[in-house]
Design a binder for this molecule. Sequence first.
Ligand SMILES: C[S@@+](CC[C@H](N)C(=O)[O-])C[C@H]1O[C@@H](n2cnc3c(N)ncnc32)[C@H](O)[C@@H]1O
Length: 414
Amino acid sequence: MPPRIEELAEHINTNTQKVSQYLESHSLPQPSFDEDGPVDLQINSQEVDNARREAINNCYELLDLLQGPKALVRPVANATSAQAIHRYDIPAKVPLGREISFKDLAEKCGLHEPDLRRIIRFAITYHRLFQEKRDGFVSHSATSRWLAENPVAMDGVGLIHDTFYRSFAWTVDALQQFDDQEPNQTGFCLAHNTDEGLFSYLASRPEDAKRFGGAMKSFTADIPGNSPSFLINGYPWESLGPATVVDVGGSQAQIAIMLAEAFPKLNLIVMDLPDVLRHAQVPEHLSNRIQLHGHDFFEKQSTVADVYFFRWIFHDWPDKYMIKILRQLVPVLRPGARIIVNDSICPGPNTVPYDVERTIRGVDMVMLSLHNSREREKGEWEPLFKAADPRFGALKFYHPQGASLSIIESIWQA
Ligand SMILES: C[S@@+](CC[C@H](N)C(=O)[O-])C[C@H]1O[C@@H](n2cnc3c(N)ncnc32)[C@H](O)[C@@H]1O
């Protein structure tokens, strides 16, 4: 057997060639950081995408081995630069297809030039955001151009590098300070000097709530594993016939719109807090099949439906709150009513590819910092349904290949 680092390099070479040859044979552009570089590689082959992911996982391992153990505890987890880029809306201030001097850009942003310069140079080095092809002049990279043209992608950057990052910094203090692990005893609360949990904090801050909703759209559209196509193709929606589906905590109706487009027999009712729904825009041709209802899911549900759908809801809440949300449904559940959940299943250690485990452990830490909640392992789900009410039927799990989120179904048995 060759040494591990040589073996990894060999795999990387083989798999990278598969990707490159696929791009060439389909006349697709090769990856590049340049302003006109592709934002998405557009690989439409499971085999080639597997090769791409294997190469990425091998690269992670090779990089860590070549850097050595001491380097592994020293990556600079600093989001200050990306935070500033969001707050000062810098991508929109850099002209497309041209360069701008640090001096002029600093003036446009209202920042001191030396600070703007170090913020941008960090972003170039750590995020490949922007380029400095000529000393002292900034132009776009593929990433910064994508941000300049996509407001919801900027919402995602703001949520990650402002809200999350500030919350991370206070999370251990929250663990030390509070014992009860309530949603209003978090790193988020200490960082934002509030005793409200994230969602009630957002309820009285419409601009922040709008940004949160935009970020959810971006995390759905721009992270391949979160694509709604897994939800659409991974569950037998067609077999439900002309069913009424309540999308509980359905945000700005983005998933309801996709389900309604894909399944013309479904009727959807999107429920969320009124301030969130205010930003929902239902296309005219779907307005007779998608309704919006302001509803707090900690209050009794009053709408009788065939399906109550929860996407990215339960991972936001500690167990006793998940139980409470489920119990609010009980008075309206008819025999055969379905609860369908679309959430991550936290894997056991080393049971899934490294990139998958890395992502979910990252989100799990976000849940700790924001809500004192967590990504649950497979065996943790059913006991919580049964604790809410024993009439929730045994859970059925669907795991569409390549999806970050599983689909979990329980049928009401009364
Ligand atoms: C992580 S987001 C998921 C949104 C959406 N389901 C999706 O998949 O994009 C959680 C959602 O729960 C909503 N939410 C939080 N607390 C709520 C409550 N008490 N009642 C109703 N909705 C709530 C939030 O406004 C937000 O839209």
